[in-house]
Write a protein that binds this ligand. Structure first.
Ligand SMILES: NC(=O)c1ccc[n+]([C@@H]2O[C@H](COP(=O)([O-])OP(=O)(O)OC[C@H]3O[C@@H](n4cnc5c(N)ncnc54)[C@H](OP(=O)(O)O)[C@@H]3O)[C@@H](O)[C@H]2O)c1
Length: 341
């Protein structure tokens, strides 16, 4: 793909990752259209119905992004909610893929979210790359496999499809970290399970930058693990969080306690996977928060989009800095890509 910004269409753009990604694309000069399931209320929104996909909505887009999915941590996983979790990912991916395939001018690239639960629930200390075998044993591994397979109509029509297997996205604005923070701030932090289960995290900034990177990377297609290169056992993760907050982490919550609280999803939330971003690293993508301390620090700093923020593509020259430099207030706090001009 050439280096010029283009037009991006995003489903699920109102969520944690989508909000930051839309801002990053806009800052880089892309025209962004968000597909929303309610009546459109903003100039950049278009109403869509995943049950009645309209190819005209993606016609002429350069990049199509799928970030849709019902939340995993907000509700009890009843049989009907399990179906919502599945359908909101698989059905949406399939609807978007069909729209892309049927569009008069299909998007060149389809970046579709997936998750590291593709590799299963708990694989001990095994290092998992994109070449590792899929796992099974729970809802999320089977959803992830179906989620990725659902984009087949787009691939068959010649669209380059990337599946971004996201790790635990760290942000104070949402996700698991936002739920843990109040407890840890009160000094009630705990390690979970045996403490040996690997947590494969990624800063929100690096997750956004991975989407931006794959938007322009020539020949990008297939699965990409979007995780920091140094996953750690959760006892190290929770200790690092305690250090960052200057609070003790006095407790240990074994699975016997997690199961009654979280029900069947305890293992799916806290099971260990040691996933590394082998393909992104081979491609030269530079992770700005490669270790647990820098990733947690970036998450705690929150979303900042300063004018001279770090650039998404490490192969591109950084944007010009005015004489005198950006000044301390303008320095990136979490590494989310800023303007490309
Ligand atoms: N955050 C993580 O740690 C993480 C890790 C691995 C994978 N992922 C995946 O990455 C994607 C984005 O994550 P996120 O953290 O940004 O999620 P999020 O904040 O929960 O946002 C997801 C978006 O999905 C849409 N959505 C919600 N319920 C839906 C439903 N029933 N049917 C269709 N769409 C629905 C909403 O957009 P509209 O209301 O605008 O349609 C929402 O903004 C999700 O698919 C998630 O599973 C996230």
């Amino acid at each position: 793909m050439d280096g010029a910004p283009g037009r991006v269409v995003i489903a699920g753009g109102s969520g944690l990752i989508g909000t930051a990604l839309c801002a990053s694309y806009r800052d880089a000069g892309y025209a962004v259209t968000r597909l929303v399931r309610r009546p459109a209320g903003q100039p950049d929104e278009r109403c869509w119905d995943p049950a009645a996909p309209d190819p005209a909505l993606v016609d002429g887009a350069d990049i199509l992004v799928n970030l849709a999915g019902a939340p995993l941590g907000d509700r009890r996983w009843t049989a009907s909610y399990r179906e919502t979790v599945r359908a909101s990912r698989v059905g949406t991916a399939q609807a978007l893929a069909r729209m892309a395939a049927a569009a008069a001018r299909p998007p060149a690239r389809f970046l579709s979210a997936s998750g590291i639960r593709f590799y299963g629930i708990d694989r001990g200390a095994e290092v998992l790359t994109e070449d590792s075998a899929p796992g099974d044993g729970g809802l999320l591994p089977s959803v992830a496999r179906e989620w990725e397979a659902a984009t087949e109509p787009a691939s068959a029509a010649g669209v380059a499809v990337c599946h971004l297997r996201l790790g635990l996205v760290l942000a104070r604005e949402g996700g698991l970290l936002a739920r843990l923070l109040p407890l840890f701030r009160l000094g009630l932090g705990a390690r979970f399970g045996t403490g040996r289960e690997y947590w494969s995290y990624v800063s929100l900034g690096d997750a956004v930058n991975a989407f931006r990177y794959l938007s322009k990377r020539d020949g990008a297609a297939g699965p990409y693990n979007v995780t920091a290169p140094e996953p750690v056992p959760n006892r190290e993760f929770t200790a690092a969080l305690g250090r960052a907050l200057r609070r003790p982490v006095p407790f240990s919550v074994p699975f016997a306690v997690l199961r009654p609280v979280f029900g069947g999803i305890a293992a799916e939330v806290f099971g260990g996977l040691r996933v590394i971003p082998a393909r992104l690293a081979d491609d030269g993508f530079v992770c700005r928060h490669p270790d647990v301390d820098t990733a947690i620090a970036a998450a705690l700093a929150g979303v900042r989009r300063p004018r001279w923020a770090a650039h998404a593509d490490p192969h591109e020259p950084p944007p010009a800095v005015p004489r005198g430099g950006p000044g301390p207030a303008a320095r990136p706090r979490n590494g989310i890509a800023g303007p490309a001009e």
